[in-house]
Design a protein around this ligand. Sequence first.
Ligand SMILES: Cc1cc2nc3c(=O)[nH]c(=O)nc-3n(C[C@H](O)[C@H](O)[C@H](O)COP(=O)(O)OP(=O)(O)OC[C@H]3O[C@@H](n4cnc5c(N)ncnc54)[C@H](O)[C@@H]3O)c2cc1C
Length: 434
Amino acid sequence: MSESMASKREPVVAIIGYGTGGVNAAIALRTSGYQGTITVFSNVDTLPYSPILTSYYASGEKTLEQCFPWSAEELAELSLDVHSNAEVLKLDVANHAISTAEGTFPYTKCVIATGSTPMCYGFPKVEGKGGYEPIVLRTLENAERLKGVLNDDSCERVLVSGASMVALKTLEACLNRGKRVTLVGMNPHVLDFNALPESAERFERGLLGYGVELRLGQTISAVKRIQRQETARNGRDWQLEVTFSNGDVDYFDEISVSHGMKSNLDFVEPGSLEIDRALVVDEYMRTSDPDVYAAGDVVQALELISGQKRIVGIWKNAAVQGACAGKAIAAELAGKEPSPEDAYKGSISMNTIAVKDILFISSGTMEITPNRTLEIREDDDMTVLYIFEEAEEGDRRLVGFNLVCDHSEEGSPAYDTGAMLTLRIESKAATKPA
Ligand SMILES: Cc1cc2nc3c(=O)[nH]c(=O)nc-3n(C[C@H](O)[C@H](O)[C@H](O)COP(=O)(O)OP(=O)(O)OC[C@H]3O[C@@H](n4cnc5c(N)ncnc54)[C@H](O)[C@@H]3O)c2cc1C
């Protein structure tokens, strides 16, 4: 179908992906006055859910119902035409058409909000009869599998590979269900790019205190599924023989792998949209095609500290970017220019995680450049690292911080400090001259 044919019909806004980016785009379209068709393509048949809560659901700390931020009634008010179990296979930008197994659908404007998929880069092929696919964590389906493992008494030892936030959330879920956990990470410290060694060390001491075995600076070289020597409770008759890069061999019941995320963009035809590590967008979340917008983990948008377009894959960004796309599309379909007030202001990276009682909070950058200095304040229960940047006028501004506290109580001074420092970085970054 040609663009001119599509534009002669009533406008159709297509949203690919029914997560927070997609839902917030739909909400913004409606609250901005767009009353036309919104067609949503979702590759699952559930209500939109929060990937953040999957580890808590798996460990039994949250119910399934709590994983759905919007009720069916709230979503019904948006009058969306939702195609469930309709994975988008192709986005034909030139012809304004979206293909699923059901058929081909025209659009006037489209929002891509398909999130990302966990990767197992470097995880070796498992040898032995029956093979083995490692546990990953993102979708509700992934969470159901982890839940099954955590509920299984015959699983006693879990190897967590990776030391990012998702890996640590998986580790926490395992600890909370009484599993013995070993963490293997290729870097010398946990928390990968989110922490500097001084704070990561405090976090590691906390993990050791909870009985976690740490294998840092190592990777998994080989995994073999073998017959178990002694049959475990509940009759598990197999186990996984793991060889580490330093030559050590150990035995586990299950392995979880969190080796990074990849934006879900396989349905985008190569060369049809500008993709770097993800879709490159402008301040209205427009991709290189004026009728295709994007939001969330598929997007490379302005990151305020670096001034560069980067993926900052957090919930708040997906929500704000989805809303930004929805408002801009509503304006354009009403024949207006999007309002600069509704433009995306940029974001900073921010993370909070508590494993048992050990709290970690970070914001901003962890990059130490020649014009940045590091200050460490440490007391009995808390380490805070501040990264300051020298400004030209001799001024200095906070551009990043890490905080690790041995106690995690909501509303405690540690949480207050984290919130206050995050605000300080955000407000300064937002006013930084271009
Ligand atoms: C375990 C875990 C913990 C996390 N913890 C935090 C946290 O503490 N704080 C935080 O801010 N962020 C956290 N995040 C990140 C946060 O969940 C994401 O940044 C956010 O959900 C991104 O929203 P999104 O709309 O881009 O993607 P999603 O929420 O993943 O939604 C995308 C949807 O698109 C669907 N889809 C994919 N491909 C297709 C296709 N081809 N056709 C149709 N539909 C498709 C997917 O099934 C999915 O439902 C965490 C993530 C994980 C996995």
